[in-house]
Design a protein around this ligand. Structure first.
Ligand SMILES: [Zn+2]
Length: 298
């Protein structure tokens, strides 16, 4: 009998669903507005109804959720999900499982992007770091062939290291986090103030050599190089909407990251790969994670 897995990628704007069978055939990609279920006082009941409608009686073996928040180390509880705060400190996997009558597991969304990207590589590395730059700074750690979650579930929060002289407030509640000066959020704020007549998507095409944008790329390289110098992974995967913007200086970022690596061995040895962006990669990665989790007992 064919096994089928449901991957769900929950973002602030959209919730994406997709099925995958054991032969990795992809089926029924579907996107709904997150607000259509998340704003209900019974958000998980609403979500379960959407999932049931999506499945249309299709049997599935397991469901994997990807969430942009902090989860408990055992991946059973949501600890902090800023845009659906009523889920904080809830055993979301068990609650959704009960409503659906199906096994449900969950992980950080960025680990699903990373799993997808890892499985596109010619060989699965023993260690890799993913850095996905969108509104915030997503970070995924793949160490000794598994995702590293940390003692409290909060490993891989590179965006929240204290960095530089900035003291800007961060959505996490602290001030001066790296993310406040290295994220898409910083970039869109800067562009709105200094280049108000240029659409955000074109700022690198028109002003790639603006000193403030060059400084942005350098800050990013420094923050990423810190993690490389600590972990010394085989591969660094770089992705996310900011790095996929037209004419974003990927070569300059790659060169500067190398420049800040501890010479000589890591500077020449680290593989740096840019991820191909796509609307489906988060939920495809969730399907692959479901297959690993439920059929391999990970
Ligand atoms: Zn922070």
């Amino acid at each position: 009998m064919t096994d089928t897995w449901l991957g769900i990628d929950i973002g602030g704007t959209s919730t994406r669903l997709m099925l995958m069978d054991n032969q990795r055939h992809w089926l029924n990609f579907h996107k709904i507005a997150t607000a259509s279920w998340s704003q209900s006082p019974e958000a998980l009941t609403e979500l379960a109804q959407r999932i049931t409608q999506f499945l249309e009686q299709q049997p599935v073996n397991g469901v994997m959720l990807g969430l942009p928040g902090i989860l408990s180390r055992d991946r059973q509880q949501v600890l902090s999900l800023p845009f659906i705060q009523r889920l904080d400190n809830q055993p979301v996997a068990a609650q959704l499982s009960e409503r659906l009558g199906l096994p449900v597991a969950m992980d950080k969304d960025v680990n699903h992007l990373m799993l997808w990207d890892l499985l596109q590589l010619p060989l699965l590395p023993d260690s890799a770091v993913g850095l996905y730059l969108g509104t915030g700074m997503g970070n995924s750690l793949w160490l000794n062939r598994q995702f590293y979650h940390g003692e409290h579930g909060a490993a891989g929060e590179l965006g929240h290291i204290p960095f530089g002289e900035s003291n800007l407030p961060c959505p996490c509640g602290n001030h001066g986090c790296a993310e406040t000066v290295t994220s898409g959020h910083w970039l869109s704020g800067w562009a709105a103030e200094h280049l108000p007549d240029i659409p955000l998507g074109e700022v690198f095409s028109v002003h790639r050599h603006h000193p403030a944008l060059e400084a942005f790329v350098t800050r990013l390289a420094k923050v990423i190089a810190m993690e490389m110098n600590i972990l010394d992974p085989d591969t660094l995967i770089l992705g996310g909407g900011v790095l996929a913007m037209a004419d974003f200086p990927q070569d300059a970022l790659r060169q500067q990251i190398r420049q800040y690596l501890r010479p000589p061995i890591t500077r020449s040895g680290l593989k740096i790969v840019f991820s191909a962006p796509g609307d489906q990669t988060g939920c495809r990665g969730a399907c692959l994670a479901a297959q690993r989790h439920f059929s391999e007992g990970q």
